[in-house]
Design a protein around this ligand. Structure first.
Ligand SMILES: [Zn+2]
Length: 193
């Protein structure tokens, strides 16, 4: 995730409701497909902050952040635009403000970087089990999925006690597969609750 490009780049933004392209010279970092990379960090953060504050009760960023909670993750069928203006994003996070009840879709990278939720670990888990169904989701993903009711309490306990194990019995492996299928089905529905 090191800066890779110091050349001029264009960023698209909203000025007075009109989309304009701004030419900027900045350090450009490249992130994964799902993220909000290729941008001036500060600028996009400002846009995200403005949008999030508009949906929050608190008026200062540090307090407003704490009103928000991650309630859904999913992969967009069509590319979407992050609240920060970045396009395209595939890895979507749905966040809700527990005070105002407002919700927003934000890209995985912005959610991690600016709100501090570890949605990246959940997406890493999804990629891992999609590639190899014998693998397990991680501990953080299990907490989130239990909280959302995607896996039940027994499955959660099983998951947390076996996720590092490689030598599972046939029955245990079968349980892991069942859990993995539930997780992938959840993501396929875009995971918005
Ligand atoms: Zn973003």
């Amino acid at each position: 995730m090191a800066p890779t490009d110091l050349s001029k780049t264009f960023i698209r933004c909203l000025r007075g409701g009109v989309r304009v392209d701004l030419e900027v010279t900045s350090t450009v970092s490249h992130f994964g497909d799902g993220g909000c990379g290729r941008m001036s960090d500060g600028y996009n953060f400002q846009q995200l902050k403005t949008e999030i504050l508009a949906l929050s009760r608190a008026t200062d960023w540090e307090t407003a952040k704490t009103e928000w909670k991650l309630i859904g993750v999913g992969e967009a069928e069509e590319r979407e635009t992050c609240l920060c203006g970045h396009f395209p994003i595939i890895e979507l996070c749905t966040i809700t403000n527990q005070v105002t009840g407002r919700t927003a879709d934000v890209g995985n990278v912005c959610v991690k970087r600016f709100l501090g939720f570890r949605s990246d670990l959940i997406f890493a888990s999804i990629k891992r089990i999609r590639k190899d169904p014998d693998k397990s989701i991680g501990a953080e993903a299990a907490v989130f999925l239990r909280e959302r009711g995607i896996i039940n309490a027994w499955e959660y306990d099983f998951q947390q006690s076996t996720y590092r194990k490689r030598d599972l019995t046939y029955k245990q492996l079968s349980t892991r597969h069942t859990i993995n299928q539930k997780v992938l089905a959840y993501v396929a529905r875009r995971g918005i609750v």
